[in-house]
Design a protein. Sequence first.
Length: 257
Amino acid sequence: MSDAQTPPPQPSEPKAEEMTGRQRLVAGLWPPRVTRAQLIVALLLFGLGLGLAIQVRATSDDGALRGARQEDLVRILDELDDRTQRLEDERTRLDAQRRELENSSNQAEEARRQTQERERQLGILAGTVAAEGPGISLVIEDPLKAVEPDKLLDTIQELRAAGAEAIQVNGVRVVADTFFSGEAGAVEVDGRPITAPYRFKVIGKPQDLEPALNIPGGIVQSLEKEQATATVTRSEKIVVDALRPAKRPDYARSSSR
């Protein structure tokens, strides 16, 4: 017989028929087994309870108002009227601020637009920006090279007197201080030599410019005496794109403060 001791027998789990009623109850409740139908029913019951709670709260509030005294109701109405009036006043104030901001923005935009337009007009007069518009083109042919610079200057003066707003001659922009020099056949504009044919591009009212050149004893007839020919053509679009560099005065300053 062996000296080794045999291990004590392990207690066996109770069989289903040997479980007590309490054990069977615990086994049935845990772990919980929730079916989809049970979950839906629980959610419906929760929603129903929440709705009942809200209804009861509303009913309690209505009941409180029904049970309030007349002076309390009047005070509540007065408070509501005051609150409504304050909200209305605030809305009016905000509307006024909005209109003021819109007006300020519109005024600033209009001032900016007028400033840009003024700069464009001054640029056209100074010859620093290109211009286009209705006008005439004048071509003076001088086969005998007999046209003196003063004749061309007289042409410019006649055009200006007739309302010319922008002029260029053979690619040279004509401005207020433009001068003609040289001699017949070697004419210079602002120190730049030009040769015949002399091509004038003039922006202005064509109905005024052309007759000013063709009046009896005017530029056209004066040029014909020099055996030169002048051809005037009206156009709805004349492009004056010769530019002059912008000059900054050395001494003159704006007097505005």
